[in-house]
Ligand binder design. Structure first.
Ligand SMILES: NC(=O)c1ccc[n+]([C@@H]2O[C@H](COP(=O)([O-])OP(=O)(O)OC[C@H]3O[C@@H](n4cnc5c(N)ncnc54)[C@H](OP(=O)(O)O)[C@@H]3O)[C@@H](O)[C@H]2O)c1
Length: 258
């Protein structure tokens, strides 16, 4: 079987592991990378472990519509079918930032990149009878044992802002973790809609939470006061190798409405 895979955001913690595992399973893996040096190292490792030609690197910044469109066009030009799309790119920002398109950065990276890529690749996904995996997060639910005041959860959503994404996660009342959780909530919600649309063509759309994994994103999430203990805190988390295993072991949150 020609197992073509694709991993958006793959030079970081879990992305690297997912790309290596897919290539090892025989897939032709396309990754999107911002840091071409890191991507080259990943390609060397994949070539050493799985042989040449398994990993294709496409340079792109998925926080901008132009970056998403450019990568999607290139994939469509070079690959007739996509069998697996892992929307893994994600980030947490401790301050309010806007993307090149004027959207709050969590909305741009943690929601629109995945949604946009899936929409743009629809035809190739249909041809591949693909599985789409959105790496979402349980942050959208209230999983805390200790409730902190001023940190509202589960994530809330102003439905009136949905027709103008630039109004989501405004500067006023900005709470970084809530902004991240809201973007992941949007990814799950949009996943249901895409799942309904693509199901007749044999495409499934899934959302998964990998567990709490000691990767780069965690550095942003550990409060400043606890940073001196970050080594200890990280040791209590899953490793970047264990996170993706959890993706396989746990039943994914079913977005598929078949
Ligand atoms: N770690 C956890 O506990 C946890 C829990 C729930 C969900 N998640 C989700 O899991 C996914 C993977 O995160 P991780 O834990 O492996 O963290 P990570 O090491 O920080 O990896 C994040 C990946 O996203 C990429 N990325 C970020 N912004 C991008 C952009 N504008 N354009 C292209 N790529 C971009 C990064 O690229 P660079 O390599 O160029 O920086 C990196 O490869 C994310 O969606 C995250 O939200 C993580």
């Amino acid at each position: 079987m020609d197992l073509a895979g694709r991993v958006a955001g793959a030079t970081g913690g879990m992305g690297q592991v997912i790309a290596r595992e897919l290539a090892g399973a025989g897939a032709h893996v396309v990754i999107v990378a911002r840091d071409l040096k890191q991507a080259a190292t990943l390609r060397e490792n994949v070539t050493r472990d799985s042989g040449p030609g398994r990993l294709q690197v496409m340079s792109g910044d998925l926080s901008a519509g132009e970056g998403v469109t450019c990568v999607a066009r290139r994939i469509l030009a070079e690959h007739r079918a996509v069998h697996l799309l892992v929307n893994n790119a994600g980030a947490h920002f401790n301050d309010h930032r806007r993307s090149a398109d004027g959207l709050e950065m969590h909305i741009a990276v943690d929601y629109l990149a995945a949604y946009g890529m899936t929409v743009l690749l629809k035809d190739a996904l249909r041809r591949g009878g693909a599985r789409v995996v959105n790496v979402a997060s349980d942050s959208r639910r209230d999983t805390r044992r200790v409730k902190l005041p001023g940190r509202p959860r589960p994530a809330t959503l102003d439905l009136s802002a949905l027709d103008d994404l630039a109004r989501l996660n405004p500067v006023e009342g900005f709470v970084p973790f809530q902004a991240y959780a809201r973007a992941k909530l949007l990814t799950v919600m949009a996943g249901y809609d895409l799942a309904r649309e693509l199901a007749p063509d044999g495409v499934t759309v899934n959302a998964v939470h990998p567990g709490i994994v000691a990767t780069g994103i965690i550095d942003d999430l550990i409060p400043a006061v606890l940073r001196p203990l970050s080594g200890l805190i990280r040791r209590s988390m899953l490793t970047p190798e264990q996170g993706p295993q959890q993706l396989c072991a746990w039943p994914p949150t079913p977005c598929s409405l078949q």
